[in-house]
Design a protein around this ligand. Structure first.
Ligand code: 5GP
Length: 258
């Protein structure tokens, strides 16, 4: 697939033109950022894992009727996707209270929410992605009421589907952020961007060990190992594909005394 000119560069991804007008190439970088770009690092291999994990999740969602931008993965770091105008809203779904929710409202860390909580943030780095209400979305014409209701319903369905997918491999889906866009050709709203451990909070069901970008945000280390664990549990990475066999020293011959 021939890559055209760079159309957009974000914190973790780059969008390039492709040979087809309504399709673009999404490239996953190894860059990690947090706290509105104040903390930055390069974590080798992160882009490759996010490319694979996001491909797996969006393919599954597509198969169960959630229309999304993914056409196909084309190599280790890149996917061919539908060209969309991103709606400038981050849709956040929460099942367990943590992160900004606990800081903002003093809700106790780890509280299981009675039902999933849907929040909206205005996608604007300069303003630090502020929390907004439905009224803001309608007032500023980011979406009309029907579109907003439709996306809300998609968010709830995606949450149900992903909770099931992760639960079956021993992972709690704590919360996640998704984005939607309007296709350039038909102006239809579809799920876009990525769904990966960069955009979700994922905890091991038994130990509550964090398997997501909080390992970077909170300096917990072993981010790649955690993302590999997610990929392995989802059946993307196979037991032997990325792990060098452990080498043990040969046992020394022991001479037995006669
Ligand atoms: P919080 O609002 O607690 O910081 O984040 C809630 C959820 O949305 C977390 O799963 C977090 O990873 C995701 N999220 C929120 N904003 C962003 C963002 O700007 N970038 C990424 N990658 N994830 C985000």
């Amino acid at each position: 697939m021939k890559k055209g000119k760079k159309l957009y560069e974000g914190k973790a991804k780059i969008i390039y033109a492709s040979a087809e007008k309504n399709l673009v190439i999404q490239h996953f970088k190894d860059d990690a950022t947090a706290f509105n770009n104040q903390k930055k690092s390069v974590i080798e291999g992160k882009g490759i894992l996010n490319n694979r994990i996001s491909e797996h999740i969006l393919t599954y969602l597509g198969q169960v009727g959630i229309k999304n931008h993914l056409i196909k993965r084309i190599n280790m770091r890149e996917q061919l996707i539908k060209y969309v105008n991103i709606i400038p809203i981050e849709f956040i779904v929460r099942n367990i209270a943590t992160g900004s929710l606990t800081k903002r409202l003093g809700i106790e860390e780890g509280t299981t929410l009675e039902k999933p909580l849907l929040e909206y943030c205005f996608k604007n780095d300069k303003l630090g992605d502020p929390l907004i209400s439905r009224e803001h979305i309608i007032t500023f014409n980011w979406l009309n009421l029907m579109e907003l209701e439709w996306i809300n319903e998609q968010c709830r369905r995606i949450n149900d589907l992903l909770q099931g997918m992760f639960r079956s491999v021993g992972i709690k889906l704590v919360d996640f952020k998704i984005e939607f866009g309007k296709t350039k050709d038909e102006n239809k709203i579809i799920l876009a961007d990525e769904i990966s451990p960069d955009t979700c909070r994922l905890w091991d069901i038994n130990t509550e060990k964090k398997l997501d970008k909080d390992r970077f945000r909170k300096n917990l280390g072993n981010l790649i190992e955690a993302y590999q664990d997610v990929a392995r549990r989802l059946g993307i990475l196979h037991e032997h594909s990325n792990i060098k066999p452990l080498k043990f020293p040969k046992p020394k011959a022991v001479k037995l005394k006669k």
